[in-house]
Design a protein around this ligand. Structure first.
Ligand SMILES: [Zn+2]
Length: 305
């Protein structure tokens, strides 16, 4: 493939550099292709280099697009050099892989992230009241878009409280379809994470089946039209329910423990018994296998890159 080096030193396909925003943005391209192709793409939360390598290896093996999602924690604990490593490795892959910053709650973290080569950032002002959420998002959308970075925002965050029971009344934070349309229009965000009963952390008794309001998700999808929806709160969600979410507009699906549990188990059982080199090689292999399964069975993104 023809390519040129971008300012950040990463290699981007030539066709990409000639398109205009947001069509030249990697996360946008990946999600736009998914929406048009009838599949979804995983945003895999990575905490270390094993995670980054596992996503890249799984994506290349399955010929699937992917999104590496990092938290502000990574920016702070592992520093800017780790972010640059993740972006460089992702962009050098033989399939499209974007690097996204998930749940950026502190405005100072967004400011810091805007100086880094992220493809997209989730500005999470969902704990603020609606007006403040709109104001904060709109301001960051302007600055980020001017730098070629796309923005995801969330309306009404639901945290799993003690024993997985939501800490707020589910009904009060659910995204209203007309409010979603208004939010997208006023902020200009490229991707929207609605609250339709999806819970961060663990679901209580009855699981997501009991909490999710899929008809509401369908209405939000209709209200915001072509804006790709993002699914948060996926721990413990069945393959079938993932398919329901996809049918109702979710094209970016955040996956954390769903693809990380096997890896954690393997490391816990093998640490101290294997040489570190072998532990890492096998750990990444186990991790990548879980991701590949998601690409095939949950997302249908395998073979789409
Ligand atoms: Zn989330």
């Amino acid at each position: 493939m023809l390519s040129i080096a971008s300012e950040a030193g990463a290699i981007r396909p030539l066709s990409v550099t000639m398109a205009s925003f947001p069509h030249n943005n990697r996360t946008f391209q990946i999600l736009d292709a998914a929406a048009k192709g009838g599949f979804a793409v995983g945003a895999y939360n990575c905490y270390n280099d094993d995670g980054v390598l596992a996503v890249i290896r799984a994506a290349e093996a399955a010929r699937s697009p992917a999104i590496i999602a990092l938290f502000p924690w990574t920016m702070k604990f592992q520093g800017v050099h780790f972010i640059r490593f993740a972006v460089e490795a992702a962009h050098a892959a033989s399939v499209p892989i974007a690097v996204h910053l998930d749940h950026c709650i502190e405005p100072a973290d967004v400011e810091a992230a805007l100086e880094l080569p992220f493809d997209s950032i989730m500005v999470d002002a969902s704990i603020q009241d609606e007006d403040e959420n709109v104001k904060q998002c709109a301001r960051f959308v302007q600055v980020a878009n001017a730098k070629g970075i796309t923005i995801e925002a969330e309306m009404g965050r639901i945290e799993g409280g003690e024993d997985g029971l939501p800490s707020v009344d589910l009904e009060t934070v659910m995204t209203k379809p007309e409010a979603a349309k208004d939010f997208v229009d006023r902020t200009g965000v490229q991707f929207l994470a609605p609250a339709f009963g999806n819970i961060h952390g663990s679901y209580g008794p009855g699981g997501p089946e009991k909490c999710w309001n899929l008809p509401l998700l369908a209405k939000v999808h209709r209200a915001v039209g072509p804006v790709p929806l993002v699914l948060h709160g996926t721990h413990g969600v069945s393959d079938q329910l993932f398919h329901e979410a996809r049918k109702n507009g979710c094209v970016k699906i955040n996956l954390n423990k769903t693809v990380r549990n096997e890896y954690t188990r393997f490391i816990a059982e093998s640490a101290g018994k294997l040489e570190l080199t072998v532990l890492k090689e096998k750990g990444v292999e186990v991790y990548a296998r879980s991701i590949e399964r998601a690409m095939r069975d949950i997302l249908d993104s395998a073979g789409k890159a």
